[in-house]
Design a protein around this ligand. Sequence first.
Ligand code: MG
Length: 258
Amino acid sequence: MSAHRAPRRFAGAERAHAAADAGRPVWLLDLDNTLHDALRSIMPRINRAMTEYVMRRTGLDEAGASALRVHYWRRYGATLLGMVRHHAIDPHEFLRETHPFPDLHALVRRDVRLAHLLRRLPGRKIVVTNAPEGYARGVLAALGVAPLLDGMVSIEAMTFAGRWCPKPSRPMMHKLLARLRLPASRCVLVEDTVENLRAARRCGVRTVWVSGIAWRARPAWQRPRRGQRGIDVHVRTVVQLARTPLASRIHGHRSRSE
Ligand SMILES: [Mg+2]
C-alpha cells in the first residue's frame, strides 16, 4: 500500500467536497465481486477462516460451524453480526483472524480497464465495503486504483447507535448520506449483492447491479432477474458503468455513446 496514496477513510474532510461538486454523482462502490473477482481465491480462504473461527468459539464440528456461518450471513447480512450477538466475540479479533492475507498482491487480479473507468467516471467515488479496512486497503493497492478513489467506508466505520451495522443496514446508509450532506438521489450504489441494492433503493439511492462475478456463486433459484425491484441499472461488469444511461442522466446530459 505504501506505493499508492491510500484512499481517505470517510471523515469530516469528505464534507468539504460536498459544495464543490454540486450536481455530480457520488458513486458508492462495493469492493469484493464488484471491483474485482474475489470468488476464485479470496472468498474460499475467508470462508474457511470464518468456519475455523466459529469452530474454535462454539465447539461445533466443521459442518456445523459452516452451516452456522452461512445462517448468520443470511440472517444478518454478515457472519460477524451473528457472532457478536450470540457469542459475544471481539469483532476486531474476528475481522483480523478471518482475513489472513499477507499475499494479496498474488491473489488480486489487476485489470487496467478498472483504472480507466475510475478516471473517466464523473463525480466522487467512495468504496463502501463490508470488509475490514486493512484488507480493503490491501485489495485497492493490489488493484492499483487507490489514488483514483475519494474515500473508503469499511465495516469498522459502519456503526449506528453503538452497534455494528454493515450493508444492507438502512440506518447505516442514512447516516452515511447525512455525513456526505447529499440527497440520496445524487448517490449511486454499485454492488453485486442484490439485498444491499434493495435496501439502498429504499433509502432513495440509485442502484447498479454488477452481476457478472457473483452470479456464478449462486444457485439458479437465488439468481435475481433483470427488472427486479431495487435495481435501476444492470451491468455484467463494473467497467461498463460509464456507458450506462444512469451515469449520464445524473451527470445532467446524455453521453456521446448513446
Ligand atoms: Mg460484494
